[in-house]
Design a protein around this ligand. Structure first.
Ligand code: 5GP
Length: 225
């Protein structure tokens, strides 16, 4: 019974993968290296989660850190937890595309996993702050023009509609004390001042609209449309 329908099953799986149209050829998309930054409260994590739910060929870049896991955090899921010695060894081996020391702990993005994901024909998404993104940009700029990381590189800055709305969102989120909110807003102003360094800006005025713009951008850049 199964053997009889085997070819049909394979065809149906292929059909599902292609979005359900029998006449749609299997899509060969360009692997992207997508860097996303946003001030806190702009919905960046939500937008990235939505993308990862829908685009199964986009892989989330997991950073390395020397800080200890917190609460439910898992090695290889939230971070790759490393000892200080191992992290410094990796620095010496030039294994990082960028790294930084924050409050006595190292944080960094490994180069090899990005290269592997792109070589498999998938895309990598990196969620990083403005300073980290600037280091990644400089790194990518220095690569030869035929390097897949350079070919697929795109950086996107998520903007709030305005500062008042950002303040409202941070207050409504209810997770931060007033002084923390003020600090986040001051940081946001500094980060927004650097938004022009990015290739693309997406304003998160409405989550659905912002997500649509992000998808349109990724579809266009990867040749999915
Ligand atoms: P946390 O310890 O709260 O998870 O993160 C602390 C800080 O480290 C955050 O500001 C976060 O953006 C930053 N961070 C996390 N991963 C990386 C990374 O791979 N590179 C850099 N430069 N910063 C990172």
């Amino acid at each position: 019974m199964f053997e009889k329908y085997d070819i049909t099953s394979i065809w149906l799986v292929g059909l599902a993968e292609r979005g359900g149209n029998w006449y749609t050829p299997r899509m060969q998309t360009k692997p992207l290296f997508i860097v996303v930054s946003a001030p806190s409260g702009c919905g960046k994590s939500t937008l990235i989660d939505m993308l990862l739910q829908e685009y199964h060929d986009i892989v989330y870049s997991i950073s390395c850190t020397t800080r200890a896991p917190r609460g439910e955090e898992e090695d290889g899921l939230d971070y790759h937890f490393k000892t200080k010695e191992r992290f410094e060894e990796l620095i010496r081996e030039n294994a990082f595309i960028e790294y930084a020391k924050v409050h006595d702990n190292y944080y960094g993005t490994l180069k090899a996993p990005i290269e592997e994901v792109l070589a498999e024909g998938n895309s990598m998404i990196l969620d990083i702050d403005v300073q980290g993104a600037a280091k990644v940009r400089d790194y990518v700029r220095a690569l030869p023009n035929n390097d897949p990381l350079k070919i697929g590189y795109v950086d996107i800055f998520i903007l709030p509609p305005d500062m008042e709305e950002l303040r409202r969102r941070l207050v409504n989120r209810g997770t931060d004390a007033p002084d923390v909110i003020e600090r986040r807003l001051a940081n946001a102003e500094g980060e927004i001042a650097r938004a022009d360094e990015y290739m693309f800006k997406v304003t998160n005025d409405d989550l659905g609209h912002a997500y649509k713009r992000l998808c349109d951008l990724i579809d266009a850049l990867s040749g999915r449309m």
